[in-house]
Design a protein around this ligand. Structure first.
Ligand code: ADP
Ligand code: MG
Length: 242
């Protein structure tokens, strides 16, 4: 059984049909990279998974539990699904440590000392053991994004969703963030990753899903996708990258 399942998912913004009959299964420990042109629905797919957007038909299930039911416990779901965006959105007046420890304290009622100890460990894990007391403004974009990843991990999620998390970074800072994501993948985290970083996709992805115009047009192993895409859309997409 897949950990995360999309079945017949349709999403509209007003008249605009943005997700069209999406069927997708993400296995436990899978790194599912999602690529596709701008406007193809990648962010919306992730946002629906976290119930930041509502779908109009179909179902999304986590561990076989429908998370798109009207009576699903959204707060519990969001604890199980970590999300990191292009913009880091750290609290500017809190240190890196406080940013990471905040949700476990507030949402999970983890005692302060324990939450801070966990946060320290997580910051070490993303290579920021020396920056626990730094404020976001004192950190580079790459460091802030790593704090944001640690913050998502602090809730001990089952799945992590990454939406173009390196797109806003200066090129020289991209690698350190991808490195953290690669480590997470190696540790067995289940991940859906929307990215333009094709090197990362090729090396780290278990599957590559190509979206175009609200549909999944191709879903294959990365070797297959990059060496020999089976669809015309896939060939077009790759030829534009070259
Ligand atoms: P991608 O992440 O692949 O670039 P998005 O999921 O952001 O694509 O957008 C898919 C489509 O949905 C686009 O046509 C976009 O204009 C539209 N869209 C996204 N968010 C909204 C919104 N909040 N209201 C109306 N239309 C939206
Ligand atoms: Mg997007």
């Amino acid at each position: 059984m897949a950990l995360l399942e999309f079945e017949g998912v349709n999403k509209y913004f007003g008249e605009t049909h943005v997700l069209k009959d999406i069927d997708l299964e993400v296995e436990e420990q899978e790194v599912a990279v999602v690529i596709g042109p701008s406007g193809s629905g990648k962010s919306t797919l992730l946002r629906c998974t976290n119930r930041l957007e509502e779908i109009q038909s179909g179902e999304i299930r986590l561990d076989d539990v429908p998370l798109t039911d009207p009576d699903a416990d959204i707060n519990e779901l969001r604890q199980r699904i970590g999300m990191v965006f292009q913009s880091f959105n750290l609290f500017p007046h809190k240190t890196a440590l406080e940013n990471v420890a905040l949700a476990p304290k507030r949402v999970k009622n983890v005692p302060e000392e324990e939450a801070h100890e966990d946060a320290r460990e997580l910051l070490e894990r993303v290579g920021l053991g020396a920056q626990t007391r730094s404020y976001p403004s004192e950190l580079s974009g790459g460091q802030q994004q790593r704090v944001a990843i640690a913050r998502a991990l602090a809730m001990d999620p089952d799945v992590m969703l990454f939406d173009e998390v390196t797109s806003a970074l200066d090129p020289e800072l991209v690698g350190e963030v991808l490195e953290v994501m690669r480590d997470l993948a190696e540790e067995g985290m289940t991940m859906m990753v929307v990215t333009h970083e094709m090197g990362f996709a090729r090396e780290v992805a278990d599957t590559v899903t190509l979206m175009a115009d609200g549909r999944i047009v191709e879903r294959t192993a990365p070797e297959q996708f990059f060496d020999q895409p089976t669809t015309e859309r896939g060939q077009q997409f790759l030829s534009k990258l070259l």
